[in-house]
Design a protein around this ligand. Sequence first.
Ligand SMILES: Cc1cc2nc3c(=O)[nH]c(=O)nc-3n(C[C@H](O)[C@H](O)[C@H](O)COP(=O)(O)OP(=O)(O)OC[C@H]3O[C@@H](n4cnc5c(N)ncnc54)[C@H](O)[C@@H]3O)c2cc1C
Length: 498
Amino acid sequence: MLYVMRCLAVLIVLAVVWQQVFGAVSSGPINQETAKEKIAIIGAGAGGSSSAYYLQRYSNYSYDITVFERNCYIGGRSTTINVHDDPRWPVEVGASVFVKVNCNLAAAAREFGLKVQSYNSGKVRRKDGLAIEDSFGIWDGRKLVFTASSESSWQRTIKLLYQYGTAPIRARLLSKKTSASFLAFYSQDYFPFVNLTEISRSRDLTNITSATTFDYCTGHGLSARYVNDIVQAATIVNYAQYVKRIHALGGFVCLAVDEALEIEGGNWQIFEKMLQKSGATVRLGTAVSEIDTSTKRSGKWKINIADSDKVEEFDQVIIAAPYYQTGIGGVPLRIKDAPYMTLYVTLVTSTKRLSSTYFGLKPGVPVPTMILTTLPDDDQAGSNMRPWFNSISVIRYIPDREEYVYKIFSASRITPEFLRLIFDKGAEFSWMYEKIWNAYPRLDPISNFSDWKVDNGGIWYLNGIEQFISTMETSSLAGANVAALIVGANNKTVVSVP
Ligand SMILES: Cc1cc2nc3c(=O)[nH]c(=O)nc-3n(C[C@H](O)[C@H](O)[C@H](O)COP(=O)(O)OP(=O)(O)OC[C@H]3O[C@@H](n4cnc5c(N)ncnc54)[C@H](O)[C@@H]3O)c2cc1C
């Protein structure tokens, strides 16, 4: 009997030791999976995808991430459409370009082996092998105030200097200085930053965000004419806003387009690859309708899915979309958001070119392939002399159809009557596509930006950064930054710069 009891005791001890030593391992995948903190990300655009990617990269895959996306595609405002529904002709209808200094996008494109090319490279090549001329003009509703034809960049520079004196050089220096201040956000000294308002102050950017582009530029010696013609054409095409409204940081972003780049086939692929790499569960066509904050004390957040009774629980939630456009109901979260600019993007195909006479040129003189716009000198708000569109450009040539693809940005719908007015006589349009965006926030001068943390809890908001700068790169930086703050707070690993 004693022997049996001893054997039993030994077996029990062995069982306990076995459980302690091997138990966790044998039930490993299940335990680890359940132990992982659950993070919900709302939105699969640049911000949401970057959050997922950097959360896993910084934490060595310590999170269980679900990305909710109400569209049936990844990329948000970075998306392509196929001209004539032909996959050979994808064109961007949202964010088209990034620049070399956009660290996150450039690094991700490299990591994922995506082909980076100069913006529109080779797309406007005709059947005869000739590229159609790369020319641009600025239209004020009555006349072209500046034109540059297919000349080298230094010839263009001379033309600019001749027309506007030293203003282009001063503008370039200011833009470079601003860009250098911003790039410090990526350095070990600042990243990750807890507060956008503070880092903006410490990098001397708040004096730029709190002034209008017009006041800041003219205050730094740029002529009013240059700011009205050239800088304003850039702020209108990039942010649909005038220099007397948009803050100067927004203005400088529009000028910093040296070496504009794009991903062959569409910029959205960066975000698709980021999500793939993160291993997140991506739920397309799934809109979040409510974040239940009543469970806050338990440290959990309940998320309701639109058109379903489904409620799911998460430890942290990242909102990666402009809050007031999410349709998220329930108790409103304390998030400061700006109104967004409505922008119509219209694509049309035609064998014809724009009408020389409409643009005040002699018959037969080709209209520049890119027309930007500005306000006339004697502009009055509401005047019908203002241009009726923000920009029109030839974005590619389709050789087998001998057609040009035009992209038009405007504040209201482009009608067939308007097209007949601005195109050569007899123009027909074989294909037309319209996308209406809540494109970017109104970038009024500002010195305080919304916090990443909402209500000091486990809810995070990325898109406050859009009032600082609204680009794919800055949304990606916001995603990386919040990921680093979350991972850092959990001491998962040492966070490096993106
Ligand atoms: C016409 C146009 C041209 C532009 N050009 C450029 C450019 O050349 N270069 C550049 O860098 N930037 C450009 N931008 C700006 C750039 O697109 C944005 O700054 C950037 O893409 C924003 O990314 P995001 O992830 O923050 O937001 P978004 O891309 O808007 O992503 C948010 C996502 O959240 C989803 N969502 C919203 N609500 C819910 C919900 N309740 N549940 C689930 N999902 C939800 C949306 O469907 C969307 O997919 C342009 C924008 C437009 C519109």
